[in-house]
Design a binder for this molecule. Structure first.
Ligand SMILES: Cc1ncc(COP(=O)(O)O)c(C=O)c1O
Length: 437
C-alpha cells in the first residue's frame, strides 16, 4: 500500500492508503498502476465521472480565452451561466423562471451566502430587529467547515475547540416537523436543511417532512433553504432531491457536481425577493462566477438538462438498493439506506468498523469512505454501467464476508479488464460514458 504520510501537510485528513495518479470515468489508477473503481466520486463532485470529455473540452476552450476577471468586470460567460442555471434549476425552486443566482466557489460559501441573504431579508423585509434573526437547522447536519457552519455541527471533532460560534441558530431533530414548528417564533427567518443528510449517513426523512416544512414556512413567511450541495444535480434520480417530494424551496444551495469535478463552482439559486436583497457591496467573491467556472458549469448543466443522468441514477439506484437489501437480509449489514444512486450502509457491528470495511474494499480494488464509525457512504459516478456496479457490489459482499470470517487471506477480486476504461478514453461502454460527446 502506498505511504500517504505527507510531511508538509497539516494532518486535517486521514485518507485511505492510496495515492491516485490518474483517473477516467468510474476508474482511478494509483502511482503503481493499480486500478480501482471509484464508489465515492468526490462526494458527488464527480457525478459525471472523472475527466468527462465534454467537460474537459469546455474547460480547455475557456482556458485559451479568459479565466478570471473578478466581479469588478463582467465577462461573456457570466450571464450565460446564470441563465442556464435558472433554466435548469429555477423552476424547481419557488423563484421559478424569475429566480436569481449568486455564484460562489465552495459549498460552504454557498451556504454562508444563503444565511446572509435570509438574515438581511428577514431584517429588511420581514422587520426582524437587527441581530435578532434566527435560522432553524437540523441535528446531524453537515453544511461546511467555516467557523459559523462548524458551530452547527454535532460532531465533536468538527466543533470542539473552534468556538466561539455565531449565534442565531436553533437545532431540531432531523425529520421532526413538530420540533420545527415548536422552534419557530417571530425571529425565525429561515429553515436550512439538507433534503437527505449525506454526511450523517444518507438519512432520508419521513415522506411528510419536506412537504410539511414547505407548508409551515409558507404559512409563517419563513424562507425554506435546501442545501443540495451533495444531494443535488442528479444524485437522487432527480435534478434536485426536493423533487422527490414535489417541494420547491425558496433557495437552493448547489455545489460539488456543478464544477464537473474540474473546478470548484457553487451557487445559490432562488427567489428574487430574497436574493435581490444582496446589492453591490453587501456580498461577493473574487473567484465566484469566474469564466472558467462558468464555462464548465454551463457544460455540466447541459449534461443534466437532457435528463439522462437523472434517469441513469434512478435505474442504477434500483440495482444498488436490491443488492444492499440482500446484504442486510444476509446479516452482513445492519441497515442500508438508498435514494437514487446514493447509499449509506451500516455494518453489522460484529464485523468491524467502517474504516476496516473501506480498507478491505481498497485491497480489492474499490474506493469508498466511512462517514461515521460504522457507516460508509456509496455514491458512484452516475455514469457507472451495470456490470461495473454489479462487480463493485460483488466486491462489497466479498469484503463483508472476509470481515465476517476474519480471513485476511480471502482472495481479492481483480477489477476485470473488460470493464476497464482506457485512460485515453477509447473504449466507450455507455452513452453516458465520459468519452461520449
Ligand atoms: C450538504 C453539504 N453542504 C455543504 C458542503 C460543503 O462544501 P465544501 O466542502 O465545498 O465547502 C458539503 C460538502 O460536501 C455538503 O455535502
Amino acid at each position: 500500500m502506498a505511504d500517504t504520510t505527507h510531511g508538509a501537510l497539516a494532518p486535517t485528513y486521514h485518507p485511505l492508503p492510496i495515492t491516485i495518479a490518474r483517473a477516467h470515468g468510474t476508474h482511478v489508477w494509483d502511482t503503481d498502476g493499480n486500478e480501482f473503481l471509484d464508489l465515492l466520486s468526490g462526494y458527488s463532485a464527480l457525478n459525471f465521472g472523472h475527466l468527462h470529455q465534454g467537460l474537459v473540452a469546455a474547460a480547455m476552450t475557456q482556458l485559451r480565452q479568459v479565466t478570471l476577471t473578478s466581479r469588478a468586470f463582467d465577462h461573456d460567460r457570466l450571464e450565460e451561466f446564470a441563465q442556464r442555471l435558472v433554466e435548469v434549476v429555477g423552476p424547481l425552486t419557488a423563484g421559478g423562471e424569475d429566480s436569481l443566482v449568486v455564484p460562489m466557489s465552495t459549498g460552504a460559501e454557498a451556504v454562508e451566502t444563503a444565511i446572509k441573504a435570509v438574515r438581511k431579508w428577514g431584517h429588511d423585509v420581514r422587520g426582524v430587529p437587527e441581530d435578532q434573526a434566527t435560522v432553524i437547522v437540523a441535528d446531524g447536519n453537515f453544511h461546511g467547515r467555516t467557523t459559523t457552519l462548524v458551530g452547527l455541527s454535532d460532531k465533536p471533532a468538527a466543533r470542539d475547540g473552534f468556538g466561539p460560534f455565531a449565534p442565531g441558530f436553533r437545532k431540531v431533530p432531523f425529520g421532526d416537523l413538530d420540533a420545527v414548528a415548536d422552534a419557530v417564533d417571530d425571529t425565525t427567518v429561515a429553515v436550512l436543511m439538507e433534503p437527505v443528510q449525506g454526511e450523517a449517513g444518507v438519512l432520508v426523512p419521513p415522506d411528510e417532512f419536506w412537504p410539511g416544512l414547505r407548508e409551515l414556512t409558507t404559512t409563517r413567511d419563513i424562507a425554506l433553504v435546501a442545501d443540495e450541495i451533495q444531494s443535488g444535480l442528479g444524485r437522487t434520480g432527480t435534478t434536485l432531491a426536493c423533487e422527490l417530494w414535489d417541494v420547491r424551496p425558496d433557495l437552493v444551495c448547489l455545489g460539488n457536481a456543478l464544477g464537473g469535478g474540474i473546478v470548484p463552482v457553487s451557487a445559490v439559486v432562488g427567489k428574487p425577493e430574497i436574493l435581490g436583497i444582496l446589492t453591490p457591496g453587501t456580498h461577493g467573491s473574487t473567484f465566484g462566477g469566474n469564466p472558467l467556472a462558468c464555462a464548465v458549469a454551463v457544460a455540466a448543466l447541459d449534461l443534466l438538462s437532457t435528463g439522462q443522468y437523472q434517469a441513469r441514477a434512478a435505474e442504477s439506484g434500483k440495482v444498488l438498493e436490491e443488492r444492499l437489501d440482500a446484504l442486510v437480509a444476509q446479516g452482513l449489514l445492519a441497515e442500508a439506506r438508498t435514494v437514487g444512486l446514493w447509499a449509506g450502509i451500516d455494518l453489522a457491528p460484529e464485523l468491524g468498523t467502517g474504516r476496516e470495511l473501506c480498507e478491505a474494499l481498497l485491497e480489492r480494488g474499490v474506493l469508498a469512505k466511512e462517514t461515521r464509525d460504522e457507516t460508509i457512504h456509496l455514491s458512484p459516478p452516475l455514469s457507472i454501467v451495470q456490470p461495473e456496479l454489479e462487480m463493485a457490489l460483488d466486491i462489497l459482499e466479498e469484503s463483508l464476508l472476509a470481515l465476517r470470517d476474519d480471513d485476511p487471506e480471502t482472495a481479492p477480486a481483480e477489477v476485470a479488464d473488460d470493464h476497464a476504461a482506457a485512460p485515453d478514453g477509447k473504449d466507450e461502454r455507455s452513452e453516458l460514458s465520459p468519452t461520449a460527446s
